[in-house]
Design a protein. Structure first.
Length: 418
């Protein structure tokens, strides 16, 4: 494919996909990168530097391909999300992006959501684990080691809603009251209405990803998190469809919690994954009171947003919380945090979240040795108290570093540890 504004590296090879949607990654892949808006101009290059160092230290080379969305795209294309960018992310399979800001009147509810939908990146994965030395608001942050699988296309991300005072909302209200029989449910006066679609198709493909991950990574359990006690036909269905996947598609590799107790007195088969479920509000409590009892969480979109952010708070906040979006044979890594435009270009913010998002990208590329180097090198920098301002102000004896200086320290650690 030819591009007008994007320069494709002359060196490097394309990542391919095998018949079972498994990535086939050469030692010199071309990887698109969107630095992002606001602080993306700082954390994007910092993450790129660290990830390149990890690749080089393990005998590989990443050929970076700069692509554009948000402000950088407006400067080049006079639009926020050019098709060239979407085409490049689709063609080269594995990519990474910084935070994007959706300007008012842009034609998108969210550029981030638009990218996920256009590429059908239906799973948002957020591993949450504590790095030694990072200040935390809880007593034992090291107990947190969960991976959240959040559905990325349905629920509130479907974006089906009508604004108060519009003709559309009145049509929906009339249909609900007159045709569907809910004639005494909605209060009088202005109202907004939204529809929350949760499908069997969307649920099952998400739960499969969660179970597959648990099996491949030696995790003990997958927990379906829902509000099915109230929303019986949406989130209750999410729970039921999730259990159907576990019972019908995995044989003895997977066992449900009810079977575990009814037939095995609580003793799970060796190496089997236990699938259970929890009510969402109770789960918010459980991640605090029984943190070490949970491994992988599978969640509808809105629950996934709440729960993964709450998990991130326990390990030091969203400034270090990584994430990745996954579809069939396609990966887009991105940090959880926003673009914080007031700090843009100041070379001061913490790039750890984007660096660790890149670490997950390396794992999905099959470069586990490089991914381990990234985590260990970041942790050593923090233990050595060579940190950016956000952590330095919370610890004693810390050395405050600029974004780029912090990245340089992590690179030095990689080179020493390789």
């Amino acid at each position: 494919m030819e591009y007008d504004e994007i320069e494709v590296p002359s060196d490097g090879s394309k990542i391919d996909v095998a018949g079972d949607d498994e990535l086939v990654v050469p030692d010199d892949p071309i990887v698109p990168i969107i630095h992002g808006d606001g602080i993306g101009t700082d954390v994007g290059p910092a993450a790129q530097t660290v990830l390149q160092a990890a690749a080089n230290a393990t005998g590989r080379e990443i050929n970076w391909m700069r692509v554009y969305a948000g402000e950088s795209a407006r400067q080049r294309y006079d639009e926020n999300l050019p098709e060239e960018t979407v085409d490049a992310l689709r063609e080269f399979k594995v990519s990474i992006k910084g935070p994007l800001t959706t300007p008012v009147g842009a034609g998108f509810r969210s550029l981030n959501v638009a990218l996920r939908k256009k590429l059908d990146l239906y799973t948002n994965i957020r591993p949450t684990y504590h790095l030694d030395g990072v200040p935390s608001p809880v007593k034992r942050p090291e107990q947190m080691d969960m991976v959240s699988f959040r559905e990325n296309t349905e629920d509130v991300y479907a974006g089906i809603e009508w604004e108060a005072g519009t003709e559309g909302v009145q049509q929906v209200k009339a249909f609900v009251e007159e045709e569907m029989g809910f004639d005494s449910t909605i209060h009088d006066g202005p109202l907004g209405i939204g529809i929350k679609p949760i499908t069997e198709f969307g649920t099952k493909r998400l739960v499969r990803k969660a179970i597959d991950y648990a099996l491949e990574n030696g995790r003990d359990s997958v927990t379906l998190v829902h509000k099915g006690n109230i929303m019986k036909f949406t989130e209750g269905a999410f729970r039921d469809w999730g259990y159907e996947v576990a019972r019908e598609e995995y044989g003895e590799e997977v066992i449900t919690e009810d079977t575990l107790w009814e037939e095995r007195d609580g003793e799970a088969p060796e190496d089997a994954v236990v699938v259970n479920d929890r009510i969402a509000d109770n789960m918010l409590q459980q991640i605090l009171t029984r943190t070490d009892q949970y491994d992988v969480l599978a969640l509808p979109n809105l629950n996934g947003d709440y729960l993964s952010d709450a998990c991130g708070a326990q390990i030091g906040g969203l400034g270090i919380a990584p994430g990745i979006n996954l579809g069939d044979g396609r990966v887009l890594a991105e940090p959880v945090h926003g673009s914080a435009p007031k700090y843009a270009g100041q070379d001061k913010v913490n790039p750890t979240a984007m660096i660790l998002s890149g670490r997950i990208m390396l794992e999905f590329m099959g470069w586990d040795d490089a991914a381990d180097l990234v985590r260990d090198a970041v942790e050593r920098a923090i233990v050595d108290r060579k940190v950016t301002y956000d952590i330095e102000r919370q610890i004693e004896g810390g050395e405050k570093l600029a974004t780029s200086e912090y990245a340089d320290v992590v690179v030095e650690n990689i080179e020493e540890m390789a």
